[in-house]
Write a protein that binds this ligand. Sequence first.
Ligand code: C5P
Length: 301
Amino acid sequence: MYPPTTVTAYAHGKINLHLGVGSLRSDGYHDLVTIFQSVDRHDVVTLEVMDGLPGEILELTCATRGVPTDETNLAWRAVAAVFAAAPDPAALPAVCIDITKKIPTAGGMAGGSADAAAALLAANHLIGAPLTKEELLKLAADLGSDVPFTLLGGTAIGTGRGENLTTVLNRATLHWVLAFSSAGLSTPDVFRTLDNLGHTPHLDSTELQQALAAGNPETIAGLLHNDLQPAAISLQPEIRTTLRLGEEAGALAGIVSGSGPTCAFLCADAQSAQEVAAELSLHSAVAVTTSPAKGAYLEGH
Ligand code: C5P
């Protein structure tokens, strides 16, 4: 049996600097070409060992309203997946999970996926780290399309449904303003709306990759693209106003993050980001952040 103990892990949210959506596959997913970048805004997942049966998950707590606190939560499923893959099930601890959220829920920034990534790391560490990084990445892909990237972090191109990752060279520190919406959007709804609207897929991200390697924010701003943006706007028309206000406030470019509704505004520098945030805050809740950030990590590592 393990002594009572606590493990804490962190994972950052992401923005898709490019999101090209290809055809609908027979498994219900769409083939993507996307450039992910993690932003300096993270959730915190803590596992605490409690009295209980081996491998039992006793409860999940989270102070943020709207976050599921049962086995449908991706972090819960992540802990269960690590425990199911553990070599000695009889020696597993019973645990409670706590999540502190700074990434918006249903906001298009991979908040739930980040919680899953942090939970994978924490659960593996708690039981003596029997699983390799590759094994954790495999479990991550089974949990959700964005979970492998939130585990890896940095800047990466994702293909397949987003789970096949290759690191992309990036020389810029980018300054962003995030504008949050009071209502979330369901990712399946946004993809379904895109299928109904029809679109020409933008699957070539070569120019953006070159711009990231060169590190000039102005050039990067001109190449931000999201095929899901029209679908997100059709489901939440206020997004159009938010995008216009951010660009009028001086952002280089604004884009819907992933399936939305969070809008991300790329700014020329830290000073400009503060000014854009001050003006946009009259319209919606905002935060200033930078990218890239690192992948999920354990406290003290
Ligand atoms: O992988 P994840 O569970 O995060 O995906 C949620 C939903 O988003 C899928 O069920 C699917 O409807 C949609 N999706 C998609 N194509 C992708 C990723 C997600 O259609 N590449």
